[in-house]
Structure formats: C-alpha cells, structure tokens
Design a protein around this ligand. Sequence first.
Ligand code: ADP
Length: 416
Amino acid sequence: MFAGRFSWRRFAAFLLLQFLLVLIVYVARQPLVSVSSGPSWLSLGLVALVVLTTAGLAAWRQEGRPTPVRPETPLNPDETTLGQRQIFEHLKVGLVLVDMDGEVRIANKAVQQLFSLSSQEAQAGSLPHLLRHYRFVDLWRRSRELGLPQTLTAEVPQSRRYLSATVYPLSGDMQGQALMLFEDVSELLRLETIRRDFVSNISHELRTPLTSLKALTESLRAGALEEPEMARRFLGHIETEVDALSELVSELLELARIESKQVPLQLQPTDAAAVVQRSLERLRLQAERAGVQLEADLDTGAAQVMADASRLEQVLVNLIQNAIKFTSKGGRISLALGRGDGVMEFSVTDSGMGISVEDQPRIFERFYKSDPARNKTGTGLGLAIAKHVVEAHGGRIGVQSQEGKGSRFYFTIPLI
Ligand code: ADP
C-alpha cells in the first residue's frame, strides 16, 4: 500500500489518517453532543479532522497518479510500427537495443552486415551470442556498471571491418536498457594509415638527398672549394642529389595528377609492337652501359590495342629501367607480347636479383622498396604510377619473381 517514493505530502496524509483512527476510537467512547452545552469542541475538532484527512487522502491519490506524458515511443519489436522498423532497417549504422540482462530487443539489418552474421545468427537472443565479440560485450557491461556512455573501436575478424561502437544507457521508463550503435570506420582508418605512411615515406625520401647536400656543401666550405679537382667531384654529387629531388617531385606531381584523374587518357588504336620497339630503342644505350642484353620477341602480327600510346610507353620504359637497375652485368632482359582473351599482354622478363615473396604484393604501393633496393636510386613511385596507368586503360598489372633468379613483370591492355 505504501510502496513508492517518499514524499512529504504522503507522509502528512498518513499522519492525519492515524490521528483520525485514534480520535474515532476515543470519541466512540464519549457522548457526541452534550444536551446542556450544544456541540462540544471535541465534535467540532472531529469534523475539522475529517475534512483535513479527506484533503490529505485526495492529495495522496493525486501524487500516486502519473503525470500525463507524450505517449512513449515503443521500442519493443512487437510494438514498433512498420514505419519505425523501416527506418531502423535503412540505417547504415548498426543499432542494437539491449535490456538489463543482455537480452537483445532490437537489432537492425546493418548489424547483420557489419558483423557478417547469417540470418539465423542475426536472430540471437543475447548480446554475447549476437555480437560474438567480447570487447563490445565488455563495453556494454562497463556502460551498465558506470551508467555512462562508452565508446570503443575494434576489428571484427569475421567481417574484417573496423567498427566504432558507442553504448548509451537509457533513462526514464527505459532505465536499465542500453542503445548500442556501430559504425564502420574501416575506410577512414585505411585513409589515415595511407596518409601517415605517405608523410613518413616522403620525409624519408627527402631527408636522404637533403642530408647529402648538406654534407657536400659543408665539405666545400671547409676547404674542398680550394681544391679544384675535389670541388668538381663534389659539384657532380650535388647535381646527382638535386636530380633525385627533382625526379621525386615530378613523380609525386605525376602520381597526384593521375590519381585525381586530371590527365585524361587519349585512347586510340595503337600498334602494340611499335610501342614496345620504341621503348626498347630508348633504353638500348642504358642497357649497354649496364652490360645487360636487351631483346624483344614481338611476333604477334599487327595487333592493335586501345591505348594512350605515350602512357603505354611510359609504363614499359619504367619496367625496363627497373629491370636494368636490378640485373647485374652479363644478365638478360627480354620484352614480349602475347595475345590473351580480348587483351594483349606485355611482359618484361629479367635475369636479375628477383623479389622476395613477402615483397611481391607490396611493390606496387607508393614508395615501397624492397630492402636490397633501398641502396639503389629510385623513388619507389614508378610501379605505383604504372599500376594507375594500366588500370586506367582497363588492364591489370602483376609480377612473378624468384629471388636470385629474376622477375617477370606483365600487364594487359584491351585489344580493339
Ligand atoms: P623504384 O624503382 O623507383 O625504387 P618502383 O616503384 O619502380 O620504384 O619499384 C619499387 C620496388 O620494386 C623497387 O625498389 C624494387 O625493390 C622492386 N623492383 C621493381 N622492379 C624490380 C625488378 N625488375 N627486379 C627486382 N626488384 C624490382
């Protein structure tokens, strides 16, 4: 009867009730009205008390009645309207409504996708069974203990996504329940990693030539300037370093322009063999100087590909330059063409140092250089540019390589 919150109004009403009972018992044992003196003070007091008690009881009843509120939005799955359900289902954010005991009351479709759940798994009744991720379940427990919102970003192995989860403890009539929201932040983290790698790589690439330039100028100032022979040699080194810096800057600009699609391809029917021949001629002297044999096998008839000839040549030149750089004196480099299914395959095979299995998937990333290549000249951007150009043509680029034996770089371009 007296369950509920304490309030002074209820307390006063309760006291009055007690008073009334005591008084009734007392008065029942006395004559109510004395014949000689009219209504007694006692009977008047009784009437007053009855009035007060009635008012107190009325106040108590009023207190117990809930204040009228806007009808609450039902969040029980059985009570949700069709419209509400549609809204939940269309949300890209995963939404889970969980009660005090960890029972799932609502889980929208996005949860199923974000956690890669089968339709049956998505029906799981408890939070641990639904999410199958102890860190997110712990997050909910921590939020329940503290009564505060909690946030966590973690990887979901089954979907290989990074999810940022936030738990909001609910209040009022939904006290004890919590709303969990899951957002896919994989792409954001990937971009953040690329940005961080980019800054660290570019700093490294700039530091090396800048350190050399500083050392060379200091040596010149310290006396080398007075010795013409040494001064000339140092100037030669300075020139090499400045060239490396300009190459880095122009390749970076080139990559940025290709990535932002500022250089539209001039696609037109192009003679594949002619492009290979031209690239070979451009690098013949360089190969001779390095003591490697450069040859081509172009017996494919007059195959025409749909390409931007100068971009195609740029890719080939880059692959041949790499082959020369990573092949020792006496080695061989051969260029070939081969028809595939609707495509022409261009390949550059060398008998050079090869690339380790771990490095192979990474060499097309910007700035990536395998360890032995670190000492050689180069920016690590050439293959990233080549990949962009080939893919812009609708082709594919790849490598097969064996350490110590050599590498075969290939790419495809659609035939007309
Ligand atoms: P760069 O040649 O300027 O360093 P690239 O993007 O052209 O940059 O090449 C990236 C890396 O791939 C090189 O540093 C090297 O480690 C490896 N690589 C490329 N071509 C070859 C090759 N023909 N033989 C061995 N390693 C190669």
